[in-house]
Ligand binder design. Structure first.
Ligand code: SF4
Length: 493
């Protein structure tokens, strides 16, 4: 059988797992639709790619999509022959591998520099083989590569007016690392061709490789027989132990033998799982509640992390709070009052949000957040960015208490937590009639996506209103959930 042609992305799939490469070629029907949040990252990748072309401006784009590869190869050849100095998306095939290089730049001695653009903020291990296969193919097609570069986002960049690509990116010379991979690249390629020539899917079990370095698109297929609460859910259990349990034929957490080497926390979860009985340390919970002073302010932020900063003074991937829900309880047993802030999706939400907090949260009382270090960090960043509100915001940080504390310290472990202590796990276990199921925005990822959609300008007025409503319902549920959890804890002690 003639060798199949693979692309660079298939080469990377093969490196992660031979089965992934095989399934991608013969069972594409098993790939689920691309989730919307992944699509947002793709879109951001295109924006980053466009900025990279501004960095190396004056080049020519091979303007053909993946349906027009012969045309792309032909155009690339024409650009090279017409002495083009910079080419974007140049396309080559050699030895049954197809690659498209983000940027090729010609040097005065006739050699070329290969520049791969990534939306990460550092060079990662998986970037070296990615560039090595490109170099192998481009050189095989007849060009001489002088240097190989990885251009990634500079996480120290601060937006000050229009994005300056020279400050936004950092370029790192990875020529030596790429050269070291030359033989390995050829060997891997040969192995991949053998995998693809086989009639049967490679016999490879699940493991750490399913999510590292990338989340595999066939997880839904390969993991379908794993029970709901399995050995893979045991908190912080190392992969060698997971593999050992799998080799023993043990998949359900409750089937793990008590003498299997687990740490104290894991053993406690195992005991709760086997007995189905919650562990409740009332003294510790009472101590936590004793630290709270009224009025209680329950807060929850929603944030976005744009790769390309949207607002002045912000950095790439900075967490930008755009929404805050606030429930206030003046004294024990009193009715709660709800207030909320949501950005308008047109301007920087942070000044309004900072003002909202300062205006509505008094200097006395505890500020309760779930996983409070996140909220504390956001408030500190707001204080640094908006000096006019600095003192009032710093004061808020001192008032913060973390409602996650009794759950993280395992003072309260419920069998339905399944080894987790996020509010999404704790709430339905403690307050069964309050769940996130059925909400249009049901988690932080949904909320980010919803606000990105609002920012995009693609929503109609009615869609904008509905999205804002969905966001408010979700964020309000998070703080109301905290109110109910505190009530539940008070009821226990
Ligand atoms: S889910 Fe895991 S085992 Fe299955 S193809 Fe992907 S990486 Fe390979």
């Amino acid at each position: 059988m003639a060798n199949k042609r693979i692309s660079k992305s298939q080469f990377m799939k093969g490196l992660q797992c031979h089965k992934h490469l095989w399934l991608y070629n013969y069972r594409k029907d098993l790939i689920p639709p691309v989730p919307e949040d992944v699509q947002v990252r793709f879109d951001e990748g295109h924006v980053v790619g466009a900025l990279a072309r501004e960095y190396f401006n004056g080049g020519k784009l091979v303007d053909c999509d993946y349906q027009q590869l012969p045309e792309a190869i032909k155009q690339t050849r024409e650009f090279i022959e017409s002495s083009t100095k910079i080419i974007y998306e140049s396309t080559f095939v050699f030895n049954n591998v197809l690659v498209r290089a983000d940027i090729l730049k010609k040097n005065t001695d006739g050699t070329w520099d290969l520049i791969e653009v990534k939306s990460t903020t550092e060079v990662k291990d998986e970037h070296y083989p990615d560039v090595a296969i490109q170099k192998y193919v481009i050189e095989g097609a007849g060009l001489k590569i002088n240097k190989a570069w990885l251009m990634h986002i500079n996480n120290q960049f601060v937006k000050d007016g229009p994005i300056d690509p020279k400050g936004f990116f950092t370029k790192e010379d990875i020529s030596a690392e790429v050269a070291d991979l030359k033989d390995e690249t050829v060997q891997n390629l040969e192995a991949f061709m053998e995998v693809l020539a086989a009639a049967k899917v490679p016999d490879i079990g699940i493991g750490r490789h399913c999510s590292s370095p990338y989340e595999c698109e066939f997880s839904g297929h390969c993991w379908k027989d794993i029970p709901e609460y399995s050995i893979y859910d045991i908190p912080r259990l190392k992969w060698d132990k997971k593999d050992a349990l799998k080799d023993m034929g043990i998949l359900r957490f409750r089937d793990v033998p008590e003498d299997f080497p687990l740490n104290d926390g894991q053993l406690l979860y195992l005991r709760v799982e086997k007995t189905g009985k919650a562990v409740i340390e009332k003294t510790e919970i009472a101590e936590f509640l004793g630290e709270l002073t009224y009025p209680l302010y329950y807060i929850d932020f929603e944030t976005i992390m744009p790769a390309v900063p949207l607002y002045e003074g912000s950095r790439p991937y900075q967490q930008i709070p755009f929404q805050l829900s606030l429930h206030i309880q003046a004294k024990p047993g009193a009715a709660v009052r709800h207030l909320e802030f949501l950005g308008d999706a047109k301007t920087d939400p942070r000044p309004g949000l900072a003002r909202f907090m300062v205006d509505n949260i008094g200097p006395k009382g505890s500020l309760l957040a779930y996983n409070a270090s996140f909220e504390a960090s956001r408030i500190k960043e707001l204080a640094e960015t908006f000096p006019a509100s600095e003192d009032a915001l710093v004061r808020l940080v001192a008032q913060i208490k973390d409602l996650m504390k009794p759950f993280r310290s395992r003072a309260y472990v419920h069998p339905h937590f399944h080894g987790r202590y996020s509010i999404k796990k704790v709430l339905p276990a403690l307050i069964p009639d309050m769940t996130y199921e059925g909400l249009a925005v049901a988690n932080g990822g949904d909320a980010q996506l919803a606000y990105f959609n609002m920012i995009s300008g693609k929503l109609t007025k009615a869609e904008m209103e509905q999205t804002a409503k969905d966001l408010k319902i979700y964020c309000g549920q998070d703080t109301l959930a905290m109110v109910k959890i505190v009530e539940h804890l008070i009821g226990i002690v």
